[in-house]
Design a protein. Sequence first.
Length: 180
Amino acid sequence: MFRICLLLCCSLYSYTVGADDDVWLLVDTSALKIEVKKGEKTLETINDIAIGRGGAGTKMHRGDNITPFGSYRIGWVGEKSSFRKFFGLTYPSPEDAEKALGEGIINRGTYNSIVTAHRYHQIPPQNTPLGGRIGIHGLGRADEKIHKSMNWTHGCIALTNGQIDHLSQWIDKGTVVKIK
């Protein structure tokens, strides 16, 4: 009985693994583009994305404006976001947590919470010293001119509203997103 309750309780905040027939996203932060892929084949390319004001790399702390390198999944979808649509990533990953633990950025309890969430296909804690709420989103009412002229997010990956609407047809909860 306890196992059934545990499975039911955990599924409330879980994401589906293997969404949409092996379609995944490759975010190229140098070329500022997203490739929609199936296996190694590129199905589509979305250019002129924006990333964090601090560039891309290893996030060291909440508020550093860095888009994190790594492999994540889409953990949740916000259809009524102020950014039009928001595809939340399962950041921080176990790899992010391991590095942060080794550098003294997070404690063992936070590390365990992140790793356990991933083990059970849940969204990891979003309020750790590493930050959270990293995702792929549209502009909402933001100015498209600014979007085209600079990287402006706090660590997310931003697309125009038309691009995020178009991307929505390819992805859902569970889709793998690799950021390089």
